[in-house]
Design a binder for this molecule. Structure first.
Ligand code: PLP
Length: 377
């Protein structure tokens, strides 16, 4: 295998692009309709199409996943403390903060890297109102155990499903678990609307409240019934989202093949821990490929590997590092104490996201693996 640097930059991910012709055709429809935002025809059709695709009863589109999650907390009137994970993207604890809620960080499971459901109960206090769990890298949380705890303590369950588009358990869309789930349609996601997101919920009443909240609380010409925000998705991005629905399955299958090659090439390497293996009843979306590097066995640290890859024109990502509990805005919290988060602190030092996108070739992935193996000391 030629271990010369790649002659092009290999990014950790690349957005999926529709053809310019498809976009032009849809733009023509929008120009003809003279409707750019506020519940236009593209928006209505995309909500319907996504509801079917995700196999959920109700769905509300948003301009991004973060605003959607802020609105989810508002709609459930969450307050006080919410138990969440430190091993996530910044948006997850930030939406709690924007709702004047204190994030309480619970440690994660060493296999799935999701919130450790066995540790949630010990973090509940009289101020706890909800659990905000994240399906990290698309691996489903222990949804049954989490619901059981929530039911016993009268808590709400919100899922940050930003990574979990199209994931299913026993043929049920992942958005059917908990009270509300949020999906992100950011450009780097498996499915995207350039920027965008959605909330999915169980009942029509909650959807009505959420639809009001994302449009300033405006009910009609005469009434503003709650302090809402502007969370609306416009017609251009809704139209792009409609086109992108045709690309999801193809992209997922391409990534599935690349996953198989990563697993095949890296499976035997001592000191590397690969993606968690899920039960057979789980359909994954193969959006990311992450490894964990145990420096003691591999002989090199994650940081060494991350930097050394750059010499080969390969750009990996320390995702998620730092932990949210290490941010200056959260590290003073009691729950941020590393003694409370032993697993998360180890995973945060070991995890590395490797390049993953459909346009990557099988040879590219084999070469990335050969380069990684060459770093082993
Ligand atoms: C786990 C997680 N939560 C929340 C978000 C925020 O979503 P958005 O970028 O659509 O606001 C992202 C990603 O962007 C994410 O990865």
């Amino acid at each position: 295998m030629n271990l010369e640097p790649f002659n092009k930059i290999i990014f950790v991910t690349r957005p999926v692009f529709p053809t310019i012709e498809e976009v032009t055709e849809k733009l023509r429809d929008i120009w003809n309709s003279k409707w750019l935002t506020n519940n236009g025809p593209q928006h209505t059709m995309l909500e319907h199409e996504l509801k079917n695709f995700l196999k959920v009863p109700h769905l509300s589109l948003f301009n991004n996943g973060t605003i959607a999650l802020i609105v989810a907390c508002q709609s459930l009137r969450l307050s006080g403390e919410v138990i969440t994970t430190p091993f996530t993207f910044a948006a997850t604890p930030h939406v709690l903060n924007w709702n004047n809620i204190t994030p309480i960080f619970c440690d994660i499971d060493a296999e799935t890297m999701n919130i450790d459901a066995d540790k949630i109960e010990s973090m509940i206090t009289p101020r706890t109102t909800a659990i905000l769990a994240v399906h990290v890298f698309g691996t489903p949380c222990d949804v049954e155990k989490i619901q059981d705890i929530a039911d016993r303590y009268g808590l709400r369950v919100v899922y940050d499903a930003a990574h979990a588009f199209g994931v299913e358990i026993d043929g049920r869309g992942i958005g059917n678990f908990g009270d509300i789930s949020m999906f992100s349609f950011h450009a780097t996601k498996l499915y995207h609307t350039v920027e965008g997101g959605a909330l999915v919920m169980k009942d029509g009443y909650t959807k009505q409240r959420i639809d009001l909240l994302k449009n300033f609380g405006i009910k009609n010409e005469e009434e503003v019934v709650m302090p809402g925000i502007n969370g609306k998705l416009d017609e251009v991005r809704a139209a792009i989202g409609r086109i992108m629905l045709n690309y999801v399955e193809g992209e997922r299958l391409k990534r599935l093949r690349l996953h198989e090659i990563y697993n095949e090439e890296l499976g035997e390497v001592e000191g590397l821990k690969l993606m968690p293996v899920c039960a057979e009843n789980v359909k994954l979306n193969n959006q990311y490929y992450v490894v964990r590097i145990d420096e003691k066995i591999f002989g090199r640290s994650r940081d060494f590997v991350h930097d050394a890859f750059k010499n080969f024109n390969v750009y990996t990502r320390k995702y998620f590092h730092p932990l949210c509990s290490e941010y200056t805005c959260y590290r003073q919290l009691n729950s941020s104490n590393p003694a409370n988060l032993p697993v998360a602190n180890i995973v945060g030092q070991q995890v590395l996201s490797l390049p993953m996108y459909g346009d990557l070739t099988e040879d590219d992935v084999r070469k990335i693996c050969a380069i990684l193996k060459s770093f082993k000391a």
